[in-house]
Design a protein around this ligand. Sequence first.
Ligand SMILES: *[C@@H]1O[C@H](CO)[C@@H](O)[C@H](O)[C@H]1NC(C)=O
Ligand SMILES: *[C@@H]1O[C@H](CO)[C@@H](O)[C@H](O)[C@H]1NC(C)=O
Length: 196
Amino acid sequence: MAKVQSRNSLSLVILSIFVIFYLNNIVVDGKSSFGRVLDPVKMGLKKEKLSHFRVYWHDIVGGKNPTAVPVANAPGAKKSPTAFGLITMIDDPITEGPELSSKLIGRAQGLYASASLGELGLLMNMNFAFMVGKYNGSTISIMGRNTVFSKVREMPIIGGSGLFRFARGYVQAQTHMFNLTNGDATVEYNIYVFHF
Ligand SMILES: *[C@@H]1O[C@H](CO)[C@@H](O)[C@H](O)[C@H]1NC(C)=O
Ligand SMILES: *[C@@H]1O[C@H](CO)[C@@H](O)[C@H](O)[C@H]1NC(C)=O
């Protein structure tokens, strides 16, 4: 019995060594057909930078040309005081200043969903698509929790594209204006992002 067990554990050790050797070959050796290790500098990833942007996000729900439209509603959402289960699709303009007429920097495209039973709390899932200067075509992806009545809401930046490849960081959102008549909102976004 003891002999059988020790033979078994010996084959387990040999198997583990083989597996580690095999994985090492794939990940480190760089010779595998589907994966290899790259030199970050050759990929143009020289130095990680930390950038700050301050922009204004306009959620236009009222009027003839809304940029935020409800697309799905749970059966109870209309009766829920927190609109739990409501999903809204957005293509919101992002501008340099608080006025909608100020310079367009890009658009916030994605959706927000009422994800809290107890307070007005949104799950935000959106891409900031930049449309000016060297940032034109680059995006930052934001996904986080937005309790809209809190003074400052912090949400993670979970990635990016173009000049924001390998992005990580956070945004802080602060309501600048909320129109009680039509529901339109302007929110100041301070973006803190590490990128190359
Ligand atoms: C941004 O890029 C698009 C697509 O390449 C181009 O059509 C547009 O003119 C550019 N805008 C600016 C402001 O450079
Ligand atoms: C709020 O919305 C109403 C209705 O669209 C509009 O008449 C009013 O000017 C808006 N108020 C502000 C401060 O933008």
